[in-house]
Design a protein around this ligand. Structure first.
Ligand SMILES: CC(C)(COP(=O)(O)OP(=O)(O)OC[C@H]1O[C@@H](n2cnc3c(N)ncnc32)[C@H](O)[C@@H]1OP(=O)(O)O)[C@@H](O)C(=O)NCCC(=O)NCCS
Length: 166
């Protein structure tokens, strides 16, 4: 992340209270609980499928990636993950922030930390698939100030961020 982006993040009201940390072995229940608190709209934007709860198999998939959690006052409010394809130095990025905490810089902080981890792990390209209607996620990706490309298929945008070697 550039200095300007870090300064912008630090100016958010709750920035000092926000903690980004890696997933621990004991986090599964609280991640499931956070997914359970998401609105149908956020669930749809994150998983691209309708439903009111995240199936255990989907939770397993999410937690099998490289996962970062965002906590505010000790409570889980967001999760970002990537799933790497090491042979291609590419990984798929996804993120979700609890509805009541959106638009406060949490998603950006998670994605900035995740892209730094990915860079250090030797990943050169992070991509995300988002619905065309997901202007919030598109804006978040722009705000990371990384070289970015996008292509579209029907109602899905594939956005690729290029990471400079660490
Ligand atoms: C998309 C999402 C992760 C964004 O997280 P967030 O914490 O609300 O985003 P931030 O507050 O960090 O905002 C980052 C930037 O995006 C902008 N942004 C965020 N949501 C926005 C929205 N709905 N409309 C317009 N801009 C938006 C912010 O203004 C900010 O821009 P800035 O740095 O220029 O000020 C969150 O809305 C979410 O969880 N949505 C549901 C799940 C989802 O869509 N996941 C993405 C698919 S992988």
């Amino acid at each position: 992340m550039t200095t300007r982006a870090i300064e912008a993040l630090a100016s958010r009201p709750h920035a000092s209270a926000l903690r980004i940390r890696p997933l621990d072995a004991g986090d599964r229940l609280q991640v499931a609980a956070m997914f359970g608190r998401l609105s149908p709209e956020s669930l749809y934007q994150r998983f691209h499928s309708a439903g009111v709860r995240v199936a255990d198999a989907i939770l397993d998939q999410v937690l099998a990636g490289h996962v970062l959690l965002a906590e505010l006052d000790g409570g889980l409010v967001g999760l970002a993950s990537y799933h790497a394809m090491p042979e291609l130095a590419r990984a798929e990025l996804a993120v979700v922030v609890e509805d009541g905490h959106q638009r406060r810089g949490v998603g950006k902080a998670l994605c900035a930390a995740l892209s730094n981890d990915a860079r250090r792990a030797g990943i050169r390209h992070l991509w995300a698939e988002l619905l065309r209607t997901n202007q919030g996620m598109l804006r978040l990706l722009h705000s990371l100030e990384l070289p970015m490309r996008q292509s579209a298929t029907f109602d899905v945008l594939q956005v690729t961020l290029d990471l400079q070697p660490a």
